[in-house]
Design a protein around this ligand. Structure first.
Ligand code: NZQ
Ligand code: ZN
Length: 389
């Protein structure tokens, strides 16, 4: 178990009718606000009007950046940073899912950089300063509402990178489960697959020694998603289901489950290549990859942990051998993702063929091997992509 420092500074307002606090929170950082959002879902659910009403009540000057794409582009970050400089913005308010929040975080940092924001993503230039960011979350998935990361895509180079910096941590996030009632069954399923992956891809499956307490909390977060995701898919306006998914999203990646473990997330690295090349939904890519990755790395060393996961989460028979239990677990996870949540199960179904697998595999490994539960060579990654066809 490694030493660790834990700090999460995001203030959370959770539940219905909390937006009344938005004005007072924003005013702590200034009066000129850039409101950022995506393709219009916040207007369809009248959240835009509610937010605007609060901003008006607080007497704030509001500027807008709309049209932030799913898998947000660095060009949109550049546009936002220009706007912040031109209008002397004091504080950013992101209203949306992970894409809107991520883009806004990187805009916050790019405002203090004279150049292409992509330089920050590639670490050609360091993050030195950032405007404060507040968020109103509308989709449970990424954990961006309570973490210090932002993921941006460059369509010119087919690259998608994450930037982690304490200055990107949101100051305040508003989490109203009712704001996610309108999330489609597909996006609900994808978001749930993402939450699951944050727990087991990033922290749960590891040979590193970890605290039993953290292990147990991880299993409970996974069980929460397994219980409530199908309920939300079938009954989108189920408050209890939406609330559980929302809080699970935040806690899967807010640093708490990471305490004492150092781990690299192989499925995330492979998925970022899929969405960089084919602009697919992040959670869908993870869902297709994860059971194949488990199958590929299944051996005497990994089987006990896969089985343990199955026993605790899916009720797999503890009396089975490690190998049989692990195989049963992979089957249960596949059934959950593809049958219960209804996600597509192959890359072929989403029109992806093997054209770019070699180059994607090489990129995922960053010129070396891809670290994770088992280190993967570019050849391994290519094999896993092929298993997904
Ligand atoms: O653009 P709008 O109109 O808002 O529509 C969005 C979008 O089409 C829609 N949506 C969001 N809230 C809705 C809604 N539709 C109806 N009702 C609502 N309440 O859903 C679609 C997807 O939204 P998006 O923000 O792209 O989804 P998500 O939250 O899954 O974010 C995905 C992005 O986050 C990155 C992913 O790689 C991807 O780029 N990630 C960010 C992480 C982080 N910051 O820590 C970690 C993750 O592993 C992940 O990589
Ligand atoms: Zn993710």
């Amino acid at each position: 178990m490694y030493n660790f420092i834990f700090q999460n500074t995001t203030r959370i307002y959770f539940g219905e009718n909390q937006l009344g606090h938005l004005g007072e929170e924003l005013k702590q950082y200034g009066t000129r606000v850039l409101l950022t959002y995506g393709g219009g879902s916040i207007k369809r659910i009248s959240l835009y009007d509610k937010v605007m009403e609060e901003l008006k009540k607080a007497g704030l000057s509001v500027f807008e950046l709309s049209g932030i794409e799913p898998n947000p582009r660095h060009t949109t970050v550049n546009k936002g940073a220009e706007l912040c400089k031109k209008e002397n913005i004091d504080v950013l308010l992101a209203v949306g899912g992970g894409s809107t929040i991520d883009c806004t975080k990187v805009i916050a940092a790019a405002t203090f950089y004279e150049g292409d924001s992509w330089d920050l993503m590639t670490h050609k230039a360091p993050v030195t300063k950032a405007l404060p960011v507040l968020t109103v979350l509308t989709l449970s998935a990424t954990g961006s509402e309570m973490d210090s990361g932002g993921v941006i895509s460059n369509l010119d180079t087919n690259e998608k990178y994450g930037l982690l910096h304490p200055l990107l941590q949101p100051k305040v996030s508003f989490l109203d489960p009712a704001s996610t009632y309108s999330v489609s069954a597909f996006q609900t399923a994808c978001g749930s697959a993402d939450i699951l992956s944050h727990v087991f891809d990033v922290f749960y499956f590891t040979f590193a020694e970890k605290m039993d307490m953290i292990d147990r909390v991880m299993e409970e977060v996974i069980k929460t998603v397994v219980k409530y995701a199908p309920i939300a898919v079938k009954g989108p306006e189920n408050y209890e289901a939406r609330a559980n998914l929302m809080w699970a999203s935040s806690w899967a990646l807010n640093g708490f489950l990471q305490t004492g473990v150092i781990q690299a997330a192989s499925c995330h690295a492979m998925e970022h290549e899929l969405s960089a090349f084919y602009d697919i939904t992040h959670g869908l890519g993870l869902a297709i990859l994860t059971p194949r990755w488990m199958e590929y790395i299944l051996d005497e060393s990994t089987a006990p942990q896969f089985k343990k996961f199955g026993v605790h989460v899916f009720g797999v028979d503890a009396a089975l051998s490690d190998m049989e239990g692990a195989k049963r677990t992979i089957a249960c996870l596949s059934d959950f993702l593809f049958k219960e949540l209804g996600l597509q199960s192959t890359l072929t179904e989403i029109n992806i063929d093997d054209t770019n697998f070699k180059v994607m595999a090489k990129k995922a490994c960053g010129g070396d091997v891809l670290q994770g539960f088992k280190p993967l060579t570019p050849e391994d990654v290519e094999n896993i992509f092929r298993m997904c066809l």
